[in-house]
Write a protein that binds this ligand. Structure first.
Ligand code: UT7
Length: 403
């Protein structure tokens, strides 16, 4: 379709396609049976009430950014794009490395994505769908050409390991997609993003708020600082209501009906929530991608991880209509309809393997360059202490910065 642009001339309509995907999960597995030694619970209770059997837990040297980076590199390989071709990096997370600098900026630096803007997005378990929508809007408007959207979490670091109502549910991991602009029809067709802040006290992680303020809008309400709390029953009721409603609404926006959908990739919170959503939408539960038995609830990472596994399992065909649906803290929820397109064969790119090697070399160069910069900073500090003649020091730093 050709639309008139602001100058009155005709510009081809742009579409935002998912052209790359990747996931990364820690190696360490925590089984339900292992949890029996930590809190008063049982494998049987966890399996029957949630569907979860095991989850992954980040090792000491793993973090939200390192898992996100791994997933992003894989997604760039699938998309066969170089980091320098990425205009925007969004990391959806509830467990960022810092309040700032953002996890997205850390990943931007490690990738060497020198032309990308980067920011973190806080919409809890709905964050990935929010992020894909933001990136798709920017692509469709013509303001950017390619974006990386990452959902990454190390939930294990914010769990209260004495609270059996939450610690048995969550796991760590990351998933990423690359979105790219094209005039080929398809890609992200519609989205519904919603929030109801009046339910903010149902789940959260108090971080900077103060218990001392009288203003009831600034409270931790007796919850532990930096630890997650949740009213599971209320969140369960909320989730079963909004999944069906928001998918129906996103379908209407895309001009489709539930019969058109081939697959639903839901946030992986609880098998019973997915079953209830299937009943509400009057579809077979098999239309839902489910992998929570192996990863538990990885919050913003759960949808892109499930998407990657669905692609690996060959569950998507070109032109299939698929839905993403997420819900969680905020309260927030979001659903999106995507027409899955095989853009590679539509636009035929070649040289994937040699480009993969070039990307690996560029990551190596970026790593050494930032280590060299760090070294030069320490060296400068040292020189400054023993020799305050700043001119020479500045010249040395400038040289390294130019590398
Ligand atoms: O990603 C963010 C979105 N989060 C969600 O979507 C989570 C939504 N909520 C849920 O998935 C469920 O509400 C839970 C799995 C968290 C809890 O399941 P439930 O069926 O709602 O259980 P409940 O909280 O109503 O508790 C039932 C019983 C209680 O015992 P009594 O009072 O009946 O004696 C709990 O104390 O189960 C007990 N219980 C447990 N027992 C063994 C709660 N947690 C556990 C546990 N092990 N881990």
């Amino acid at each position: 379709m050709v639309l008139p642009n602001s100058e009155g001339t005709s510009a081809p309509r742009l579409y935002a396609h998912i052209v790359g995907w990747g996931m990364a999960v820690p190696e360490k597995i925590l089984r339900n049976q292992d949890l029996e030694a930590i809190v008063e619970t049982s494998d049987e209770w966890i399996r029957t009430r949630t569907g979860i059997r095991e989850r992954r837990i980040a090792g000491e040297r793993e973090s939200t950014a390192s898992l996100g980076l791994k997933a992003a590199r894989k997604a760039l390989d699938v998309a066969d794009l170089f980091p320098s071709e990425i205009d925007l990096i969004i990391v959806a997370t509830s467990t960022p490395e810092n309040i700032f600098p953002s996890t997205a900026s850390l990943i931007q630096n490690w990738l060497g994505a020198s032309r990308a803007g980067a920011f973190d997005l806080s919409a809890a378990c709905s964050g990935f769908v929010y992020g894909v929508d933001m990136a798709a809007q920017a692509i469709r408007s013509g303001s950017i050409k390619a974006a990386l959207v990452i959902g990454a979490e190390t939930m294990s670091r914010v769990l209260d390991w004495q609270d059996r109502g939450t610690c048995i549910l969550f796991g760590d991991g990351a998933g990423a997609v690359v979105l790219k602009s094209s005039t080929v029809e398809g890609g992200v067709l519609s989205s519904v993003l919603r929030s109801d802040g009046s339910g903010g006290d149902l789940l959260g992680i108090p971080t900077v708020g103060s218990e001392d303020l009288d203003n009831p809008d600034f409270f931790t309400n007796g919850h532990k600082m930096h630890k997650m709390y949740m009213n599971g029953g209320e969140v369960f009721k909320f989730a079963t209501r909004v999944i069906g409603e928001s998918i129906e609404e996103a379908l209407v926006k895309a001009g489709l009906t539930i019969e058109d959908l081939s697959l639903i990739v839901p946030h992986q919170a609880n098998q019973r929530i997915i079953q209830a959503a299937a009943r509400a939408l009057k579809v077979d539960v098999d239309i839902f991608v489910v992998n929570l038995d192996r990863y538990g609830n990885t919050s913003a990472a759960s949808i892109p991880i499930a998407l990657c596994e669905a692609v690996q399992a060959d569950r998507m065909r070109p032109n299939d209509y698929i839905a993403f649906t997420g819900f969680g803290g905020g309260l927030t929820w979001a659903s999106m309809i995507v027409q899955w397109t095989d853009l590679k064969s539509a636009e035929t790119r070649t040289g994937v393997l040699s480009n993969q090697r070039r990307r690996q070399i560029s990551y190596w160069v970026v790593r050494w360059r930032s280590q060299l910069r760090r070294l030069s900073k320490s060296l400068n500090q040292f020189l400054q202490r023993i020799n305050p003649r700043r001119g020479r020091i500045m010249r040395l730093r400038d040289k390294v910065d130019q590398l």
